[in-house]
Design a protein around this ligand. Structure first.
Ligand code: PRX
Length: 621
């Protein structure tokens, strides 16, 4: 297949031609990109027709591709540039230095008898050592399990326990927004809650660490996995998503190359965190695979002033900036002068991921940050998909807020609730993926969670979408019981488990309501046992969500109600609560499935006037 990756994602005609070919013969498409790897043994084919699985039957190593080969070819090229919380804090790490860091951590893990397939947890802030730790695991074939450093000890303990992690890599503390976060204390607290052994290793002083065992690289084949990452689903416990090593690397590297249109001299800055899938696919693996210089930031965009991103872009001459709608919305609130005082002319492409981007944020990003010169790549994907599935073409004829086209080889459809494919524009349906792609997750450690990946069966994403008039896809948001708060994916069931732990709470139901900055926030309906002190219960609820999940899981609205709307079989009707909480009038709703219909007007009234302590939660929306 003739393939020009520079123009493939810029021009609709070329896109359509390559897309059609890629659907007819996905293997031919993917085989074109195998040449980007260093192979110890070259694969003959990339697709196993028997299992309909991507099976790169060659032998290679992800970490070697991301570090060693660049350390040989361009040892002094900056691999990572770190910016700290305080202005002026900056570290630069060359590919050669990164390789030394990776070898040191790999050697430390080896001396602890870690071998391929063992799980090593990483609970660290956005520092170069965290990325080196991920790469060290893949160098020796161990699976890493990164846990976002903002998660509570209880949330960390659950992940350590259920993944059977043997080692926990961490550091003493981090600083964000001028505040110190005691990471090691949280890590120790989590380990103390565990029933199985897990040893904590502190990576504060990597420079003093000696290489005790410099073993050979573990060469990965098709069976090998790269990592586990927990994410929220519709059950009470987060599920561990397992990603393959080589097919995942192929997918993320190729999507970065084509969709974001990278050149080897690009300076790449993604504002995500290694605790999330973006930090795996598009901070660590794909950019380093291509030998880019990657900028990482440990602080917050508004501390000490709301121009940290713009200052970093100017200082480092960042060409690709990949961020999230929440961050864009929060920065949009400040004076444009904070952007304009910085020279952002190095920017070539802007990216957005994590939640639907609203029109006003999109326009501000395009006009003010990108100065109308940079396409906005509104990339839609999930932890389960490994890499980008939908994105608009990379040109300036942009339609705001439209994720757009499927990546090559992917068949993406919208269906109604009965599974019929929707063929008209502007009708809301379920977004499904009707094909196999190398980046898809292999399995989940949480067995009862249904992930439908069987050959010829569609993967149901949980998102709602519509076609626009041009049949480009617009994502509306989750249709299932997942709330997307500031791009953080949290299950309503996780909130409810935490709230139900509070003494005197009988039951609860949590739904998503729209929020102008966070995109969505949590609205909790709580049934309590007796007439009790509401303020006290609210404070206990907030303590419990913080303890069980972390500070990111704060319900902004809490109302006490006598009952929840239920079906005849006792199932809580969350979509009705979601409508009521979002102020939609229940009179227009079909209430035939509600067994206790008398509760509906009471819920509606209570949702208008939440009656609790204004210091803790907002009184009025
Ligand atoms: O609802 C979609 C939203 O984020 C969900 C996936 O969350 P997670 O697995 O944490 O991965 C986030 C980073 C890839 C999706 O089901 N989402 C992600 N990107 C977009 C989006 N919603 C709208 N537009 C996007 N570009």
């Amino acid at each position: 297949m003739l393939f020009d990756h520079k123009s493939a994602w810029e021009n609709e005609k070329i896109y359509n031609e390559i897309y059609q070919n890629s659907i007819k013969d996905p293997e031919a498409f993917w085989n074109c990109h195998l040449k980007d790897f260093y192979w110890k043994k070259k694969p003959i084919s990339s697709f196993d027709k028997n299992s309909s699985e991507w099976s790169l039957n060659g032998i290679s190593n992800v970490s070697y591709n991301c570090v060693d080969r660049h350390a040989i070819n361009s040892p002094d090229k900056p691999a990572l540039i770190w910016y700290g919380d305080e202005k002026g804090e900056r570290r630069q790490i060359s590919y050669n230095e990164l390789k030394n860091m990776v070898i040191k951590i790999a050697s430390l893990l080896k001396s602890e008898k870690i071998k391929n397939n063992d799980v090593v947890a990483i609970y660290m802030p956005m520092i170069p050592e965290a990325i080196a730790a991920m790469l060290a695991c893949s160098r020796i074939g161990a699976l890493h399990l990164v846990v976002f450093a903002g998660f509570s000890p209880e949330a960390l303990a659950y992940r350590l326990e259920s993944s059977k992690a043997k080692i926990l890599l961490t550091v003493t503390s981090s600083r964000r927004g001028g505040k110190k976060i005691e990471i090691l204390n949280n890590a120790n607290c989590a380990v103390s809650k565990m029933t199985q052994p897990c040893k904590t290793l502190n990576l504060d002083n990597l420079q003093n660490l000696e290489v005790k065992i410099n073993e050979e690289i573990y060469w990965q084949d098709n069976q090998d996995n790269l990592f586990i990452l927990y994410t929220s689903g519709s059950s009470g416990n987060p599920k561990g998503i397992v990603h393959s090593a080589l097919p995942y690397m192929l997918y993320t590297a190729t999507t970065l190359k084509i969709i974001l249109g990278i050149n080897s001299d690009d300076i790449y800055f993604s504002t995500s965190d290694i605790g999330w899938i973006t930090g795996h696919s598009y901070i660590t693996y794909a950019p380093l695979f291509h030998g880019l210089t990657v900028v990482i930031f440990e602080g917050t965009p508004t501390y000490p002033e709301a121009d940290r991103y713009w200052e970093i872009i100017e200082n480092e001459k960042v060409s690709i900036f990949y961020s999230a709608p929440t961050a864009i919305r929060s920065l949009q609130m400040f004076d444009d002068a904070l952007v304009k005082k910085h020279d952002l002319s190095s920017l070539k492409t802007l990216g957005s991921v994590g939640e639907p981007i609203n029109k006003s944020a999109w326009e501000w990003y395009f006009n003010v940050v990108g100065n109308k010169q940079c396409p906005i790549m509104d990339t839609w994907w999930q932890t389960e998909t490994g890499g980008i599935i939908l994105a608009p073409l990379r040109n300036l004829e942009q339609k705001p807020c439209i994720a757009g086209k499927p990546f090559f080889g992917n068949i993406v459809k919208i269906t109604d609730d009965y599974g019929n494919i929707i063929t008209s524009s502007n009708s809301l349906g379920n977004l499904i993926i009707n094909s196999n792609w190398p980046g898809k997750c292999r399995s989940t450690t949480y067995k009862s969670e249904k992930i439908n990946f069987a050959p010829n069966k569609a993967f149901i994403t949980g998102d709602g979408a519509i076609y626009d008039n041009n049949f480009d896809i617009k994502i509306i948001g989750r249709l299932d019981d997942v709330i997307n708060i500031s791009g953080h994916r949290l299950g309503t069931a996780e909130f409810e488990c935490a709230i139900n732990k509070v003494h005197s709470v009988k039951e609860s139901a949590v739904v998503a309501v729209e929020d102008s900055i966070k995109g969505q926030t949590a609205f909790a309906y709580v049934v309590i046992e007796d007439i009790v002190n509401h303020e006290k219960i609210i404070s206990e609820i907030l303590k419990s969500t913080k303890r069980c999940i972390g500070p990111i899981a704060k319900p902004d609205f809490i109302v006490f109600v006598p009952d929840l709307p239920k079906t005849r079989s006792g199932k809580i009707i969350r979509h009705l609560l979601r409508d009521i909480a979002n102020n939609h009038n229940y009179n227009e709703k079909d209430l035939s499935s509600v067994y206790n219909q008398e509760i509906v007007p009471i819920l509606y009234k209570a949702s208008q006037e939440p009656f609790f302590c204004p210091d803790i939660c907002k009184l009025k929306r």
